[in-house]
Design a protein around this ligand. Structure first.
Ligand code: FES
Ligand SMILES: [Fe+2]
Length: 353
């Protein structure tokens, strides 16, 4: 079977998972960078990092380093963090209140809107015109307290997120405050991690403690054009989350919002190599709720679940690469989220054919 024939749409009831080669092949990984990561919204920062003029965060989208910066005019921009002189970095970490963006290599200095302001000792360069030089800009969008960027014409962010605000009404996420980030490097293809996230089918087998909190029989998956929602009622100790709803949003192509009573955790899944990815967990809590015990328990429990997921994803990656397996049938009742992800993925790669 050719790669292209594997990209045809499939109906849920007939669906197979993506074939193993999609999880191992370096050429597919290069194609994904252009068709998936450059053309769709990526989570790059949270608003707390970029509230005032000159505040900035760094991120990378489809291999392009970006500088997310608030301008003097109040505009939020996603500038390429690549100096126009000889590709030096304008920033290597986040920062506050910069008056200008000075390249770390030879000191060319840009305004916060990306326009080159000065280039030391360039007087002798014939026809050099600083006013004609500016940092390229990616698209940027903001929702709740999250900042997204995209390199090329992505779908409208309002379409991507349509319906989420109405569903999460009781959680005023925009008032939640960033607390901390935890990073995990995982020995699997980024899609193997996303696939695993998108079904609760494995919960009784892989996550004994989580399984006691969720209600597997009531676990549902709802599909939207660009995202999906897994929902379960949740019962846990008061010191952890108490009782309420567990909402697990997946936003194409690699963003997760895990909303439990009193906390938001975002995940972004970053490909590092065909068989490696990194997942960044950011934790947010309602402003004013400074409950250290709750945060410690939340982190410990999330980490336990994550370690269980990492272990199974790495075992799966090894088997995807073994040559023993091509592609298996999906469970229409329990794996509609995986099917939906694979359909969006196939469509994204078809657009490039
Ligand atoms: S590379 Fe930026 S000033 Fe030289
Ligand atoms: Fe899991």
């Amino acid at each position: 079977m050719s790669i292209e024939s594997e990209l045809l749409p499939q109906a849920l009831e007939d669906a197979f998972a993506l074939p193993a080669t999609f999880y191992t092949n370096p050429q597919i990984a290069a194609r994904e960078r252009d068709c998936v990561f450059a053309r769709h919204w990526q989570l790059v920062a949270h608003v707390d990092q970029v509230r005032e003029a000159g505040d900035h965060a760094i991120a990378e989208v489809a291999g392009v380093p970006l500088l997310i910066v608030r301008g003097d005019d109040g505009e939020l921009r996603a500038l390429h963090n690549v100096c126009r002189h000889r590709a030096g970095p304008l920033a290597t970490c986040e920062g506050r209140g910069a008056k200008a963006l000075r390249c770390k290599y030879h000191g060319w200095t840009y305004r916060l809107d990306g326009q080159l302001r000065s280039a030391p000792e360039m007087e002798g360069a014939c026809g050099f015109d600083a006013s004609a030089i500016r940092l390229p800009q990616a698209r940027v969008a903001q929702w709740q307290n999250l900042v997204f960027a995209a390199l090329e014409s992505p779908p409208a962010i309002t379409d991507v997120l349509a319906g989420i605000d109405a569903r999460i009404g009781a959680h005023p996420l925009a008032s939640y405050v960033f607390d901390r980030r935890t990073r995990y490097e995982i020995g699997c293809n980024w899609k193997a991690y996303v696939d695993n996230y998108l079904e609760g089918y494995h919960v009784p087998h892989i996550h004994p403690a989580l399984n006691r909190m969720l209600d597997y029989r009531s676990y549902t998956t709802t599909l939207a054009p660009w995202h999906s929602l897994q929902f379960s009622p949740l019962e846990s100790a008061d010191a952890l989350y108490g009782n309420g709803d567990a909402l697990y949003y997946f936003i194409w192509p690699n963003i997760m919002l895990n909303i439990l009573p009193g906390r938001l955790q975002t995940n972004r899944v970053v490909p590092l190599a065909p068989d490696r990815c990194r997942v960044d967990f950011d934790y947010f809590y309602p402003a004013g709720r400074n409950d250290a015990a709750h945060r410690t328990q939340d982190e410990a429990f999330s980490d336990e679940v994550q370690r269980e997921d990492i272990a199974i994803c790495e075992l799966v990656q090894h088997r995807l690469a073994s040559g023993s397996y091509t592609a298996g049938r999906l469970n229409p009742r329990r794996e509609s989220g995986v099917w939906h992800f694979h359909e969006m993925y196939r469509a994204a790669l078809r657009a490039d054919a």
